[in-house]
Design a protein around this ligand. Structure first.
Ligand SMILES: [Ca+2]
Ligand SMILES: [Ca+2]
Length: 328
């Protein structure tokens, strides 16, 4: 009985240490939730990042210890939709000796090991690996495939991953860690559009308001695909030009979120343009594209839009591009 009690105290101390770098982790230990998974301790309940999408947001991180293993349990607000167009990618960095001088320094910790987990919504592409810092080679070594041991079912709203304490040289003094989580959705599949310069001459002011497009019919209308969340689904694309510019208007199914309180929401669009309408010039993989524009709208508390323009410099089969300009 006494032994058990001692063990419990020890592991409790370990959890306190583990949670040191995690904001609010210390407090939440004392406030277990009703839905807590069996045997786990809640170590982090992050603030809600993106209310528009439950499957993208992490709800809680739990940890469990046995004789030989540590288990991480990462819970989202909802399961991913069952499709290869949805992706979770997560990095769990661990400073297992709690020493910033050892390992790879990032996020203010000396990372000795990390876990990378990736899964698509229909589980057609997934991996889970444990990497360990190799001080001799000054690089990362893929130490273990964790996929066979972990729960990675796409219909679940959580991941459960065990790691051997021995693999990470875990000690009862605990560790510091940092979690970095990404969620992706493919908002439009590769789509080809033909536009003839002069077929839609317009005076367009690029301000986000569609009034100057008049009653133009879309160059391309897309069937509803039920993308979650709807604001990340493209519903129509319009093209127009004046003497100087080609204009692209992209409509989304839902109203775009203006700002999010934490984390980052990126909308990215690649437009490959075959300006001479010839497959014999440009990049053959993209129908002879001679240029491309990469547009990003980065939404945090504020918005940071930017477009980068690239010119093809390769010989047709190699992906060689040179940036020619950029504009906000
Ligand atoms: Ca370290
Ligand atoms: Ca071309």
């Amino acid at each position: 009985m006494i032994k058990l009690w001692e063990k419990k105290i020890k592991s409790f101390e370990a959890w306190l240490l583990v949670s040191m770098l995690i904001l609010a982790g210390f407090l939440t230990i004392l406030l277990p939730t009703v839905s807590q998974p069996q045997g786990y301790t809640l170590i982090y309940a992050p603030p809600r990042a993106y209310n528009a999408s439950d499957w993208m947001d992490i709800k809680a991180v739990y940890i469990k210890e046995t004789q030989d293993k540590l288990y991480f349990y990462i819970e989202y607000y909802a399961p991913m939709p069952n499709s290869s167009e949805y992706i979770h990618n997560l990095f769990l960095y661990m400073d297992t000796d709690r020493n910033p001088q050892t390992g790879s320094l990032a996020y203010n910790i000396g990372i000795d090991s990390y876990i990378n987990i990736r899964i698509t919504g229909n589980n057609d592409s997934s991996w889970a690996n444990l990497y360990k810092w190799d001080p001799t080679a000054n690089g990362w070594k893929n130490l273990r495939d964790l996929k066979p041991d972990m729960k990675l079912a796409p219909s679940l709203s959580y991941w459960e991953v065990p790691i051997n304490k021995e693999d990470i040289a875990y000690s009862p003094t605990g560790m510091d860690f940092y979690i970095s989580a990404y969620s992706y959705v493919l908002t439009i599949t590769a789509t080809k559009i033909t536009y003839t310069i002069g077929s839609n001459n317009r005076q367009i002011t690029v301000d986000g308001y569609p009034g100057d497009w008049g009653t133009a019919t879309p160059t391309l209308s897309l069937k509803p695909r039920g993308i979650n969340p709807p604001e990340l689904e493209i519903s129509a694309i319009y093209l127009a030009n004046d003497a100087e510019n080609l204009y692209v208007r992209v409509d989304t199914r839902g109203k775009p979120t203006q700002s999010i309180p934490t984390g980052t929401l990126n909308r990215e669009l690649y437009i490959y343009i075959d300006t001479d309408n010839s497959n014999r010039t440009g990049y053959k993989t993209y129908s002879g594209a001679d240029y491309y524009a990469y547009a990003i709208l980065n939404t945090q508390i504020l918005k940071y839009p930017n477009i980068y323009y690239y010119k093809y410099t390769g010989t047709g089969t190699d992906s060689k591009w040179q940036q020619v300009s950029s504009t906000p």
